[in-house]
Design a protein around this ligand. Structure first.
Ligand SMILES: Cc1ncc(COP(=O)(O)O)c(C=O)c1O
Length: 379
């Protein structure tokens, strides 16, 4: 699905010395590279505070801890996402409230959020799925009206922008009260191990979170709150700092690949290509609304699983993200859920298929992938 070796070959002249520097100065934990990367990412995103941590799951958990959410508080999130989002809600003994998503852009359904709000609701976690933002303007309005926190799960959309109705833009992860991201190797900004970060414009929250990531310490050996040990190590920061200047060109490479996929599938009614829901509504040359962490098709009227097998038989990797709705997972089932409230997710899990999407995809590969799919569709 990704070509990390190809990407590394293109940047190894920068990455290798950056890693070497950490090894030479032996500041493996909280070294200057972590600080440099943090500052550079703050500048890139236009956010006041980036707090690096060990991975994207920790980032979500720490964001929720920082907001002071308490057991029993209800947290609304999408039924159609990676399990990490709901996992940390449950782990903190908060109550996950899963809601349906939109059929067109796969992001959390605004009307479903409104319907799910109760007096116990304390937060909404929109997940910017597959590389584009949820409808943040509507979500922030709901949050304001009901006095809720908004925690953006930005693991899949770093570098994307959200376009407001008035045309202004903001980077994904800088709109809610706090956001999390993941630097898992296959993410749009991936390191060579695990990594993550929390973003916020709130000075007090940033201070609280900086203590939480470091055993609840604000002063050495003074543990004021219950914290965790969640650090981005300096070698990962060295990789990320070397890759950050390439993030926009990486997004462009993904968008170009998406455009070529879209073009090849034009006119095939069984294949629904992804839409860009914010801003310009299509993948265009100036668009940074969708950074295509995944390129996900919906397959209508033909056997999606047979197509996946066919692709694998032709040495083409593909992914089903996600095959089971979270509300049907053993760990997150809840008697309160009504199947009628998950019509879209229940359908999407049968139709979606993600194609290889990365910065190194070339025309020959795209032609081979699309021709193999079209041949299968044509029978
Ligand atoms: C939407 C979403 N949230 C959270 C995570 C968790 O990130 P990590 O694997 O770095 O813990 C992921 C990672 O795949 C993700 O896709």
């Amino acid at each position: 699905m990704v070509d990390l070796k190809g990407q590394y070959n293109g940047i190894k002249d920068v990455v290798n010395p950056s890693i070497q520097e950490v090894i030479e100065n032996t500041s493996f934990i909280n070294g200057p590279k972590v600080h440099e990367f943090q500052k550079n990412l703050e500048q890139y995103l236009g956010v006041k505070h980036v707090i690096p941590c060990a991975n994207g799951t920790d980032a979500l958990q720490i964001a929720m801890m920082g907001l002071g959410l308490k057991p029993g508080d209800e947290v609304i999130t999408a039924d159609f996402t990676f399990a990490a989002t709901v996992e940390v809600i449950a782990l903190l003994q908060l109550t996950p409230v899963l809601v349906d998503v939109n059929a067109d852009d796969f992001n959390i359904d605004i009307e479903a959020i409104k319907k799910a709000i109760t007096p116990k609701t304390k937060a909404i976690v929109p997940v910017h799925l597959f590389g584009q933002c949820a409808n943040m303007e509507a979500i922030m309005e709901i949050a304001k009206a009901h006095n809720l926190f908004v925690i953006e799960d930005n693991a899949q959309a770093i570098g994307a922008s959200y376009t407001y109705k008035d045309g202004n833009k903001a980077k994904a992860g800088t709109i809610g009260h706090v956001a999390s991201t993941s630097f898992f190797p296959s993410k749009n900004l991936g390191c060579y191990g695990d990594g993550g970060a929390i973003f916020t414009n709130d000075d007090d929250l940033a201070h609280t979170i900086r203590g939480i990531v470091n055993h609840g310490m604000y002063e050495r050996y003074h543990h004021d709150v219950v914290g965790v040990n969640s650090r981005l190590d300096s070698i990962q920061a060295a990789v990320l700092d070397a890759k950050l200047p390439h993030l926009d060109s990486y997004a462009k490479a993904r968008q170009n690949a998406a455009k070529k996929y879209n073009k090849a599938f034009e006119g095939y009614e069984n294949i629904i290509t992804p839409i860009v829901s914010n801003g310009c509504l299509k993948v265009c040359d100036t668009c940074d609304c969708h950074v295509f962490h995944q390129y996900t098709l919906k397959i209508k009227g033909i056997d999606r699983d047979a197509l996946a097998k066919h692709l694998n038989a032709h040495d083409i990797p593909c992914g089903i993200y996600y095959p089971i709705p979270l509300h049907k997972q053993k760990a997150y089932k809840d008697k309160r859920y009504n199947e009628n409230d998950f019509k879209v997710t229940n359908q999407l899990v049968k139709e979606v298929i993600s194609l290889p999407m990365h910065t190194e995809l070339n025309d020959e590969q795209i032609e081979y992938i699309t021709a193999t799919i079209i041949k299968f569709i044509n029978g």
